[in-house]
Design a protein around this ligand. Sequence first.
Ligand code: ITT
Length: 194
Amino acid sequence: MKIYLATGNRHKLDELAPMFPGHQIVLPADEGIPFAFEENGTTYFENCFGKARTLFDAVRAPVLADDSGLSVFCLGGAPGIYSARYGKEDGCQTSGDQIDRLLKAMERENDRRAAFVCCLTMIFSPYRFVTVQETAEGVIGRTKSGSGGFGYDPVFYPTGSSRSFAGLSPAEKAAVSHRGKAAAALRRLLSGML
Ligand code: ITT
C-alpha cells in the first residue's frame, strides 16, 4: 500500500520506512505535494492527528503522521511537544545547539530520567483511522556520544544501555525506540484491518 508520510522531517521517513515492509512510504515533498501544518495542539495526539488530517485532505489516500518528542522528568516534561522548537527563541539553530541548551538546563540535576514519546496516526479513509502512542524510557547523559540517529539521540541512553541512541545501529534503535514500539503496535492493528 502506498502511504503518504505527513512530515517534513526526512529522518522520520528513514526510520519508519523499514518498519513497514511491504508498504511504500513517501514524503509529500518528493511528489511535489505541498504540506504544512501549524502545531498548535497541547498533546502529541492533537498535533499528530492534525498533521495526518491535513495531508489526508490534500491527497485523499492513506496517510501516516508521527508526532514525537523528548520529555525530561526534572524539567516537568519539557521540551515534550515543543522538542523540535526547543531553544529557537534563544538562537538555537541545530539539534547540537538544542542538546547543549538541554545539558545546560540540567547541569545541576541528578535525576536524569527522560522518555521519548511517539504518537503515530494513520488515516485510511474519511471515517477510518487508528492512533497509537509509545514511549522509550532512559536517562539524559552529561555529554554527547555516537554519530547515528538525529535530534536528541546523542544524549539519550535507553534504560540499561551504555550506548546512547546515536551509538546504536538503526536496527538496534528501532528495537527499543518510541517510534519502533509505536510502529510495532500499529503493524499489529493493520494486520487485522487491511
Ligand atoms: P514534522 O512535524 O514535520 O513531522 P518535526 O521534526 O517538527 O517534523 P515533531 O514536531 O514531531 O516533528 O518534533 C519531533 C522532535 O522531537 C524532533 O525534531 C526531535 O528534536 C525530537 N525527536 C523525536 N524523535 C526523536 C528521535 O527518535 N531521536 C531524537 N530526537 C527525536
